[in-house]
Ligand binder design. Sequence first.
Ligand code: SF4
Length: 424
Amino acid sequence: MLADNLKRQGYRLVEFGEETDLLVLNTCSVTENAEKDCRYAVRKTLRHSPHAFVAVTGCYAQTGATQLQKVPGIDLIVGTQFKMNLPDYLPAPAKLQKQPEPELRHSRTIDREDFVLPGTAYSDSTRALLKIQDGCDFMCSFCLIPFARGRERSRTLDDVLREARDLAAHGYRELVLTGVNIGQYDYKGAALVDLLRELEAIPDVTRIRISSIEPTTVPPALLEQMAASTKLCHYLHLPLQSGDDGILQAMNRRYGVREYEELVKQALALMPDLGLGTDLMVGFPGEDENAFANTLTTAERLPFSYFHVFSYSSRPGTAAARLDQPIPPPVIRQRSKQLAELSRTKTLGFYQGQIGRTVPVLFEQGERDGFRTGTTANFTRVAVAAGAVEAGSIHNVTITGIMDGLAYGHPVATVLAPSHRPLL
Ligand code: SF4
């Protein structure tokens, strides 16, 4: 969305790594490594473009503004409150100049009001991200996000629908709903299920996918709606974080393992073809051998199609940063590896279970080694011979095998040809 607004001001987008006059970094602060990546990106860009004006925004700009002011080469730091106004703080392209010290646009507090966003977030994919919500009130003990993004607030219903229509009109076949805690969407009494119903009613919208959603915010009505819909993808990413009740409690998560399993059972009863992803955190303080073994067995037992594994990283100011019993880094690395291997095995098992099925696949841009890949509604990645399909099209594909960690298949019928409107 920032890129869209900058383009309207006369800027031209270049690939990261190419020479540039302006670097805008939308940063993450969820782990210490994410912050390191930001500082590295500044250094790397200034090496090939020493004259580049560097503007940093996002979560790190909110929580680490003082630290960023000391990083050489940064010209503008924009906190969460002012993030979407960033293009307004920049001069016209011809007048960009490096500053002797960074200008700071930052406030400690962040508005709690529901919001609208300027413009449309065009991406270079056939799937578009559609932001519906921001902020979080849950205060998990390890998480910096409530400090970086502020309290929960929702994007106005009209503004979400406006962008959704625009994206569909530009040929995006799949809308991925995003936010910090999207299950908490609530605009003047309209909840996520109401928003989904409105989105489904837009004729050009083909597929709607819900991104990561907190397990305690998935009501039965949402599962039923997903099961009955022809547009809502049968896919849930439900962050579990740990398979040990003691650790979940110390994390200030709002569920126990049994409740989580119950939710998964309900979802699968309605949607046997569900794609189920999760996040698992390893190395939370106090995660002893027994607690990790509980995570491992839970991850083995539940029908996950993949999981993301995160190493715990102490974030200053969070409740968990004050806990003792830290886990040594080599143990964290070993546990992460073990879970990552299990995730690969689970993914292959999930894909294998689909051999012989014929399912619609939305194909992405770009080919590799003679293959084009796409995704099914349950987020199986499928490869077919590149010449057989076009980017942006949806084809029914019969899945015949597994190849290089992907499902492989043959297209049997076109469901939807690519849009003739160019993707931006
Ligand atoms: S629900 Fe998610 S964003 Fe909110 S505090 Fe917990 S981990 Fe952080």
